[in-house]
Design a protein around this ligand. Structure first.
Ligand SMILES: [Zn+2]
Ligand SMILES: [Zn+2]
Length: 135
């Protein structure tokens, strides 16, 4: 068993995957996320400073949710995000749709087949999968 110290509270916990954060803190972050999501929906023109202050959340945390495409800002929002590749304005994530598509094209051009067309012979699913969190 892999035991780590929680990055947030310092408590020891059984580490499985992802960021080194204990289940209690993970839950607290999740609750915060719901609060921020609600706040952004109600205050469509809120600035990052307002969100950080009113929701008592770290800006870095908000930015992480945005990169994960969990948090989406409205057109009215003063918070502007830009594609990391071409600089086009975007509402969530890190890249614009065009660049996302371009990246996919690059992958297929490099000879990598898209998943799920034909399973490669001898490929095992067990163990190779990333651990994902399920509710
Ligand atoms: Zn913790
Ligand atoms: Zn782009």
């Amino acid at each position: 068993m892999n035991v780590k110290n929680c990055k947030k509270c310092g408590k020891m916990f059984n580490y499985i995957a992802g960021p080194p954060i204990c289940p209690a803190c993970r839950e607290a972050i999740e609750a915060k996320f719901q609060g921020v999501k609600e706040y952004v929906r109600e205050h469509r023109a809120a600035t990052m400073q307002q969100i950080v202050r009113d929701c008592d959340v770290e800006q870095r945390q908000v930015e992480q949710w945005v990169r994960e495409e969990r948090l989406v800002f409205s057109d009215e929002s003063p918070i502007k995000l830009f594609c990391e590749t071409c600089g086009a304005p975007i509402i969530t994530g890190r890249y614009c749709d065009k660049c996302k598509k371009g990246q996919a094209d690059t992958f297929s051009a490099a000879g990598q087949r898209p998943e799920a067309s034909k399973p490669a012979p001898g490929r095992h699913d067990s163990g190779a999968k990333m651990y994902t969190f399920k509710k």
